[in-house]
Ligand binder design. Structure first.
Ligand code: BG6
Length: 519
């Protein structure tokens, strides 16, 4: 039986989507292709408009033409369906203006009113595909132009923003204050695109819709957990951004801590956005704080130097464009965290992420406790493998269980075998882009897959404490790693302290670096 949790297809009321920063990469590479696919799959509301707002001079038709060309490159389905595009593009209009200029917002208001339908003027999704420093002025201007109303306003108005949500806790607090000066927190949809990934969403289904695993999901059965989010790409053209960010801010503060909280949170009282987000916050709050001494023992950073990946020579981080030749910015981070609650007391959680690793692969590995060795001691000594469960987030999305089996034959030989589930084999190759789901949810007003203010702030507390310990300390030799290896030796030492070792993910065939928007 297929059971549609949360019921039915999302009901989305007619609305207008206004994209600020419409000339940017995110719009052409991700947002418009995602909206095109939502239209193609009949998921857009019956009536909708998409308004691109940016400074450059363009007409509706030149903007459409530009987007059409980009779609050939960035659409996940090819070739582009001309009939769908023609219909879809008739909903696209362009509004030229400066984000700080009140007259531009008056023009936007006229444009929205000219659509001639009340819902298209009142139900407004503002997607701020801009730098964070532009969020506050844009929201203020929207407010003054009467485009964002408070709770008493007619229709709905929502603001979608992307990370970085600040640079540290202090700046995140400021940013959150700015975001909510003229809008209420429930109107703010903060994107972490990992939450739009099918496999990340499946973590909760997997845990709470199956009795067999949830019963083992605690300190009694689980020895430790490893979360790996590896990338074979280097920083490429994003050196300028990355010099200000580093792996801890770029990946751990958001994606890794989000995955960790889904893997470890308690069951929510319902599938409502607030119920789920309350549990995630509770979990983040129970991560044992890292003082300077703990951070030095439990967190490792790393930086890649030149090496080869898939036979291709890659430059070191310090040789990448816009990177300081003596930069100490980390391109790799590994952490050992403890969750001080009843379920997880004493279980280490190892998180690692890095650029220029041997492959782009993300997975969660649950390592179960071993059985007593006595029975097979003669055959296997202490080497009998403990069971493990791997949730493969990307690529080759799936779940695999590793357990011990008897090798056929007269001897009592035991060896690990695998049981594999792959999404492709079970459901076919349906892989919607994270942005499709996230845009749909934001239009539908469901905030489950978006980050609430308190989640952002607690995550910064964790990251700030670690960064504080690193301040002013140059990288040591053991913290460098060659491009194409799984990180610095110091990261192996981190696990070795407890007799653990990193599990090397199965390497999928080498993938070309994926193209991502800068920033
Ligand atoms: C982004 C980071 O948030 O996530 C990038 O800024 C990183 O540095 C990217 O490459 C990884 O996302 P994905 O979906 O390719 O795993």
């Amino acid at each position: 039986m297929v059971c549609h949790l949360g019921a039915r297809r999302k009901l989305v009321a007619p609305c207008s989507i206004v994209i600020f920063g419409a000339s940017g990469d995110l719009t052409t590479r991700k947002l418009v292709p995602a909206l095109y696919h939502l239209r193609k799959e009949n998921q857009m509301p019956p009536e909708f408009r998409i308004v691109g707002f940016a400074r450059r001079e363009k007409t509706d038709s030149s903007w459409r033409e530009e987007l059409r060309q980009a779609l050939d490159q960035f659409s996940r389905t090819k070739p582009v369906d001309e009939a769908v595009w023609q219909e879809f593009s008739s909903h696209l209009t362009y509004c030229q203006g400066d984000l700080t200029d009140p007259a531009a917002y008056a023009k936007l208001e006229r444009q929205l009113s000219a659509f001639g339908s009340l819902p298209l003027r009142q139900n407004l999704l503002f997607y701020l595909a801009t730098t964070p420093s532009q969020f506050a002025p844009a929201i203020e201007q929207l407010h003054h132009a009467g485009l964002i109303g408070g709770p008493a306003a007619t229709g709905w108005q929502r603001i979608v923003v992307e990370k970085p949500f600040g640079h540290d806790l202090a700046s995140a607090l400021r940013l959150n204050d700015e975001l909510t000066r003229y809008a209420q927190e429930p109107q703010v949809f903060r994107i972490d695109h990992y939450l739009g990934k099918e496999t990340v969403q499946n973590i909760l289904m997997f845990r709470f819709a199956n009795s067999i695993f949830e019963r083992l999901w605690n300190r009694d059965s689980i020895d430790h957990v490893q979360i790996t989010v590896g990338e074979s790409q280097g920083v490429g053209q994003r050196g300028g951004y990355y010099e200000e960010a580093g792996a801890l801010r770029d990946m751990v503060q958001n994606h890794l801590l989000q995955v960790l909280s889904l893997v470890t949170m308690e069951p929510p009282v319902s599938l409502d956005a607030e119920a789920i987000r309350d549990e995630k916050v509770k979990l983040l709050k129970s991560i044992r704080p890292l003082g300077e001494a703990e951070a030095a023992r439990q967190v490792v950073r790393g930086q890649y130097f030149a090496g080869t990946i898939g036979g291709e020579l890659r430059p070191g981080y310090r040789q990448e464009p816009k990177v300081k030749p003596d930069s100490n910015v980390e391109t790799y981070a590994a952490l050992k965290l403890f969750i001080d609650n009843w379920r997880w007391s004493g279980v280490p959680f190892y998180l690692r992420t890095g650029k220029c690793l041997p492959s782009s692969v993300s997975e969660v590995r649950i390592q179960f406790r071993p059985t007593p060795y006595v029975l097979f001691a003669a055959q296997c000594g202490q080497r009998l493998d403990a069971n493990s469960l791997t949730l493969r987030l990307q690529p080759n999305e799936g779940i695999s269980l590793r357990f011990n089996g008897k090798v056929p034959g007269p001897s009592v030989a035991v060896r690990p075998v695998r049981m594999n589930f792959t999404y492709d084999a079970e459901f076919g190759a349906y892989t919607p882009e994270a942005y499709e789901r996230l845009l749909l949810e934001s239009m539908a007003g469901d905030a489950t897959l978006f980050i609430r203010r308190d989640e952002v702030e607690i995550a910064w507390q964790i990251v700030d404490a670690i960064r504080h310990g690193w301040a002013g300390k140059p990288l040591a030799n053991r913290e460098f790693y060659a491009a194409g290896t799984w990180g610095p030796v110091a990261a192996d030492d981190l696990l070795a302290q407890a007799g653990h070792a990193w599990h090397e993910p199965l390497i999928p065939p080498h993938q070309p670096p994926s193209v991502r928007p800068p920033g």
